[in-house]
Design a protein around this ligand. Structure first.
Ligand code: SF4
Length: 719
């Protein structure tokens, strides 16, 4: 035992994108004692209920312990040979586009990196996408349009330095609880004004000075109206607009459709006095942070919603400065890290892009491959559609449960049932997705695996190995590399430990940069398109030795020198576009893709609960967490329960155009009339009542491909 640490080992929470530092120590029961890491800048020792209960969720209970082929136990060699042979055979017979990986924000950076390297770099197709597509891909697309790259400008400290914090499409109190605690503490000392924009009255409203219960899907009308208001009342930062942005006049012209408060009120359903109160607060407080999350992203116009928010920040110059900026908070522990190493089908690693031949050349040379994919692959929903059509014939699903979490989930189950070859690597034995696996591979879980994650403020932290793995569980990166070697790519995947992978990734972020050009801007030449800077730079983390990697402190990229991270981006007003200027994007208000009618007249919104995570595979193991809410439910306004003849606690049949489930009714004044809310955690295997995602349609944002989880017309009747 290390005397200095008294046996406590620093690691990172595996749940939400806050990325809290955790200290864990094995106890006599074979479990873990848990406490917050006082030194971690994401949480300074605080943990929420889920983090505090982590010790109850470790061990062998419910774990997938050994590999299997067609349900029969197999050795690792047999299973890996089989996966490699089947993938190779499908590629030989049907081409490289016939295979795919569907991965997860639960994977570590090192796992993600080698999965992306194998699929895009050596198999040669972009068909690797991640469940982060369901979570924050609209923010990624919005950032790319406005900033030229997927950049989160600010840091958590900005939320404490702001005079106004706008929470829109974010129930921060339940979904990012420690960040909410930091905001609440800051509010107590500096009287921060808080505006919550959400159709529901959520727990986040407890600290709100103003709650705007807007109509589902009307966010663009509200933020376009704000841009027009700021212009009309001369609250724009003209110098910033002129020197650091382009496209303002077009964006303002489009936003001017909502220059009239009556028009905004009609579109949003809000009282004019509330709209004005919000606009006045925004206008008055130069230090404003707008936090947004799934309520914005999970929409058929999610990317435009993101840009309508960013437009208001650009127009006031409130970006990259202490206490101000638009702030996308991610749902998963490594959603950011995954997109940085190319886990989305639409991006190459290290923020390089498919449409840039120079990037293609840099990566090909770096990986010593002539097979690098040159076009984006299929996004999540398209990938499963391709399996249904028979064009994809083999898929490897890693650390995620799409049979529960994708829209039209019953159809997804059928698609997987009919897919010729399905590999599932997971740490749990009884997920809905594993039922469809031809090959099951046991993965290490949190506290067993080792690597890095990036949180919502670009902070890279270590997850550390603390407990031995049960059964034959292995790291995800190891099994991907073993399959790669068996497919003939041994030289490129010959890593001895995860630190070597991290070092290679860090080196990749420095490609194509000249000495002294920290931001990666290169002069253009006839064979090189106009240079754009790539702020994602880990030059200070290249060539860490084993001990340095083990000791790595949490730090925000870009990292030019180890332990000298960068807390804010874009503070000099230089963006990652060819011109160096930010782009205003004209955004137009659209109704949600699926509209209510007489048969389906209620609007269903789905989301997380405070004490549960995703499909319950981990939090469901904790009795403490299950005490909060232990079964699925649907909340309705009392006028709606009266209208539909429902009592509190009664079972009801809920149906949409896509499916049916049974749910227990909860009457709540916090749910507006005409709307309903249900959590998404439960599935067919964890309840007899049904999976809420079987009600959700596959409508998605045309740019990001993110599905519209927040706006589904439903019907309900008593059982
Ligand atoms: Fe874990 Fe998120 Fe809770 Fe922090 S706020 S302890 S990262 S679940």
């Amino acid at each position: 035992m290390d005397k200095k640490t008294n046996g406590w080992i620093k690691t990172t929470c595996p749940y939400c994108g806050v990325g809290c530092g955790v200290e864990a120590k094995p106890n006599a029961k074979g479990a873990l004692d848990i406490r917050g890491d006082q030194s971690h800048p994401a949480n300074y020792g605080k943990l929420c209920s889920k983090g505090l209960a982590l010790g109850e969720t470790v061990g062998a209970q419910g774990r997938l312990l050994r590999p299997s082929i067609e349900g029969e136990p197999a050795s690792w060699d047999q299973a890996l040979d089989h996966v490699a042979n089947q993938f190779s055979e499908v590629i030989r017979r049907h081409g490289k586009q016939a295979v795919a990986f569907y991965v997860s924000g639960q994977l570590l950076i090192e796992d993600y990196y080698v999965a992306n390297k194998l699929m895009k770099g050596f198999i040669g197709t972009g068909n690797i996408d991640t469940n982060s597509r369901l979570c924050m891909s609209s923010s990624v697309a919005g950032h790319q349009r406005a900033f030229g790259a997927d950049l989160v400008p600010g840091c958590y400290e900005d939320i404490e330095l702001a005079d106004l914090v706008v929470l829109t499409g974010s129930n921060l109190a339940w979904c990012h609880p420690v960040l909410f605690q930091r905001l609440r503490a800051a509010q107590a000392t500096r009287n921060t004004k808080v505006v919550v924009i959400d159709p529901r009255k959520t727990a986040s409203c407890d600290i709100a000075d103003l709650h705007l219960p807007l109509k589902p899907g009307s966010d663009i009308a509200l933020f376009n109206g704000l841009l027009a208001y700021l212009n009309k009342h001369q609250h724009l930062n003209d110098r910033y607009i002129t020197e650091h942005t382009e496209g303002f006049c077009q964006a303002l012209a489009t936003a001017s459709d909502f220059a009239n408060l009556y028009t905004i009120a009609a579109a949003t359903g809000l009282a004019i006095s509330d709209i004005e109160a919000f606009y006045r607060l925004f206008a008055r407080h130069p230090r404003t942070v707008t936090v947004y999350s799934q309520g914005i992203n999970q929409s058929s116009s999610g990317t435009d919603k993101v840009n309508s928010i960013i437009n208001c920040h650009l127009a006031t110059g409130r970006i990259g400065q202490p206490g101000s900026g638009p702030f996308s908070v991610t749902g998963q522990p490594n959603a950011m890290g995954g997109r940085e190493v190319g886990g989305l089908a639409t991006m190459l690693a290290a923020h390089m892009t498919f449409d840039n031949p120079h990037h293609h050349q840099l990566i090909s040379q770096f990986w010593h491959t002539n097979k690098l994919a040159d076009t984006p692959g299929l996004k999540a929903i398209d990938m499963f559609d391709a399996i249904e059509k028979g064009t994809i014939k083999a898929i490897w699903i890693m650390a995620t449960n799409p049979a529960v979490t994708l829209p039209v989930s019953r159809k997804i189950n059928k698609i997987l049932e009919n897919c010729p070859f399905v590999v599932v690597s997971d740490c749990m034995a009884k997920t809905d997705t594993l039922r469809h696996a031809n090959v099951a591979l046991p993965a290490q879980g949190w506290s067993e695996k080792s690597g890095t994650v990036t949180n919502s403020e670009r902070r890279i932290s270590r997850q550390r190995r603390i407990l031995p793995s049960p059964g034959e569980a292995k790291p995800d990166w190891w099994m991907i590399c073993e399959v790669a070697k068996r497919m003939g790519y041994a030289e490129a995947f010959n890593y001895r430990h995860e630190g070597e992978i991290f070092s290679e990734y860090a080196t990749m972020t420095t490609l194509g940069r000249e000495a002294g050009h920290h931001n990666g801007r290169l002069p253009s030449s006839p064979d090189r398109p106009p240079a754009t800077p790539r702020p994602l730079n880990l030059a200070g983390l290249v060539n860490l030795n084993h001990s340095q990697y083990q000791q790595l402190l949490p730090q925000q990229w870009p990292v030019y020198q180890c332990d000298q991270p960068t807390s804010r981006l874009l503070k000099d007003g230089r963006f990652a576009t060819a011109s160096g200027k930010a782009r205003f994007i004209p955004t137009t208000h659209h109704q949600p893709a699926s509209t209510p009618n007489r048969q389906f007249s209620l609007i269903l919104n789905t989301g997380r609960l405070r004490d549960h995570w995703h499909t319950l595979t981990r939090t469901g193991l904790s009795p403490r967490l299950s005490e909060h809410i232990s079964e699925p439910f649907i909340t309705l306004h009392p006028l709606d329960t009266a209208r539909y003849g429902l009592d509190n606690g009664q079972l009801a049949q809920v149906s949409s155009r896509y499916g049916q489930v049974r749910l227990r009714v909860r009457i709540s004044h916090d749910t507006p009339q005409g709307q309903a809310f249900a959590p998404f955690h439960w599935s067919d295997s964890t309840t007899s009542l049904g999976n809420i995602n079987s009600l959700i349609g596959a409508h998605r944002d045309p740019l990001s491909g993110q599905p519209e989880f927040k706006c589904t017309p439903i019907n309900i009747r008593p059982l």
